[in-house]
Design a protein. Structure first.
Length: 397
């Protein structure tokens, strides 16, 4: 397959270009902003006197904001291109941390967190669409490494945020985080790939796709991100309550998952260039299934942590491949396909925590982790759709 592609198409560009650097910085900014929000949550809840239930509602509002603006972003990308929408949403997102820090009451905080989630999600759609455009221009996979920069940004944002809040307070942290994000955006600004649609394309009425392919790819993203949400939200509690891990050890579950995920996302593009989207997705899904089963059947915390590490290896490249495939569906605008897949995928991250918590309350977390591989079997069954991710090499459209 690779030999056929290489002989039929122009030579690929080098590994690092200005456009690739710029879109990677967009992912870094988005991840950094999300990571910077995490250490602010305790002070946010204390200042507004929110109970756990009300804080949960606030976080739900953030998710609703994301899911509301994501489809709108997809439509705007189809009309104006991903560069324009990425920059606009990044600029709108910049003051989000300051707004959340300065919100004086629950009503203004709810509005601020809705917009924060909305601009964050809309930027997510736009920067993924831009990454697809850069992939097509380079004829080389870059999506996994872009998501690795998002993970890296989240790690930096959370780590730096905790230190800044502890030593200088929440307002100083918001100012510094906003300034760092603004400087990074300024560096990326002129290097972001412009992908303006043709004038006749702008005039077309944008509507939800009626073909099944983007929705099936959305299912792949949804069933890939639900297990990720399970490890993120409930992994530590599972280790602590059901496997008797110490407070320190229980934190290693998500740490192991994040470490292997970030490492494999940086390596994922090279793997995908060599093996193709379908084979990469199948191998990743098998790793994820094995990791989930190992964690679910683990007799102790150490084995469960090993399972989470295997799971991180697998899940790392599943969603990036789904996004690349969505942006390369023939006869469908990239922004529309990606907005469908992104919205469906992130809805899994929104719905999964509460659903899993309800189920686990009755049957335990081990049963949940044993059952989640059923969703991954569906991903495996749909893995042939990942062939559209190889459209970056110039075929089909």
């Amino acid at each position: 397959m690779d030999n056929h592609v290489n002989t039929a198409l122009p030579v690929r560009s080098g590994y690092v270009t200005k456009n690739r650097t710029a879109v990677s910085l967009l992912f870094l900014i988005n991840g950094f902003t999300v990571g910077s929000w995490a250490p602010k949550i305790p002070e946010f809840a204390e200042r507004l006197e929110l109970s756990k239930f009300h804080l949960g509602l606030m976080i739900l509002v953030l998710g609703i904001g994301s899911l509301t603006l994501m489809p709108i972003a997809g439509a705007q990308i189809a009309r104006h291109g991903s560069r324009v929408v990425s920059l606009a949403m990044a600029v709108c997102l910049l003051p989000g941390l300051l707004a959340l820090t300065l919100a004086p009451n629950i009503v203004t905080a709810a509005i601020a967190i809705f917009l924060f989630g909305g601009f964050m999600g809309a930027m997510d759609v736009a920067m993924n669409a831009n990454a697809v455009a850069v992939e097509q221009s380079m004829r080389r996979a870059i999506m996994s490494s872009c998501h690795a920069f998002w993970s890296l940004g989240g790690l930096i944002g959370a780590g730096l945020g905790g230190l800044l809040i502890a030593h200088f307070g929440v307002f100083a942290h918001a100012v510094v985080a906003t300034a760092l994000a603004a400087i990074t955006l300024a560096i990326a600004w002129n290097m972001i790939l412009a992908d303006q649609p043709h004038p006749d394309t702008k005039k077309e009425k944008t509507r939800l796709p009626m073909v099944p392919l983007p929705w099936l790819l959305g299912l792949v993203a949804l069933f890939s991100m639900m297990p990720e949400g399970a490890v993120l939200d409930w992994g530590a509690l599972y280790l602590r309550e059901e496997l008797g891990a110490s407070v320190a050890l229980s934190g290693f579950g998500f740490a192991a998952f994040s470490l292997t995920m970030a490492a494999m996302r940086f390596a994922g593009d090279l793997v995908r260039d060599r093996l193709g989207g379908v084979m990469t997705l199948r191998i990743c899904t098998l790793f994820a299934i094995a990791g989930m089963l190992l964690a679910g059947f683990a007799p102790n915390a150490e084995i469960a942590i090993l399972g989470f590490a295997f799971c991180g290896i697998g899940i790392s490249n599943m969603v990036p491949i789904a996004f690349s495939a969505a942006g390369n569906i023939p006869h469908l605008k990239a922004g529309i396909g990606i907005s469908v897949v992104t919205t469906m995928g992130y809805s899994g991250m929104l719905v999964a925590p509460s659903a899993i918590g309800f189920v686990a309350e009755h049957v335990g977390f081990s049963v949940v982790f044993m059952a989640l591989p059923v969703l991954l079997l569906v991903v495996l069954a749909l893995s042939s759709l990942a062939r559209y991710a190889d459209g970056i090499s110039g075929g089909g459209h």
